[in-house]
Design a protein around this ligand. Sequence first.
Ligand SMILES: [Zn+2]
Length: 265
Amino acid sequence: MNRTVYALRREIVEVGRRVYNRGYVAANDGNISARLDRGRVLITPSGVSKGFMKPEDLIVVDLTGKVIEGRKKPSSELLMHLRIYQERPDVNGVVHAHPPYATGFAVAGIPLTQCVLPEVIVSLGGIPLAEYGTPGTEELFKPVLKYIKDYDAFLLANHGALSIGPSVMAAYFKMETLEHFAQIATVAIQLGGLKTLGEAEVKELIGLRRNFGIKTQVSCETCARNDTQECVAATVPAGGPAAGIDRQALVEAVTAAVVRQLNGA
Ligand SMILES: [Zn+2]
């Protein structure tokens, strides 16, 4: 076996182990892939726990999805992975998982598009919410296409999360950043709300992105007044890029959740 191909197989196996061990997937959930070269993609098999894969379990497919090498069946989300590689030539790795906090936001219908944490603004911008689509069909990734050019991490409504990057390990780290952000946002919302950074701070962070070679646009929402007391919010404004949820209804839902929390319910 070609050493580079083998190294890439091992990298996917390692990402699978981390995704499983961190509880980002249960049982056989999730799928991971890496671009091998211009015409081939390496992807995880279906029906296998990502925590216990061996390098030889992975499947090599061409860009039409035809299996070139491998005994098992490729992931049921193969078409989504192939479409992402087609849309984003700069992407060489794709990770799909169901990390509980990020998936919680996806299930609640709340995108993570506010400018809140510096490292998230620098590495991801924001995380939009793609509408629900049936897993294993085109309907799953069609809503993602709307955001694919501008973002590197996505929430999939009522399903999970997706991250992409210049390597499969880079895509995995974006998944970690996303889940960490979702976890912090959950605590902040319980404590009273997310305080969004102001335009000046965000502009400075955007300047840093160039140093890291990050090309996607920053699409998170800033606080125009830079007055944190005026900037406590928990969602995207109605009509925003990842809208689809009523702001007032969301504020009420979050308030009710906080009250329940305070009452120990
Ligand atoms: Zn899934």
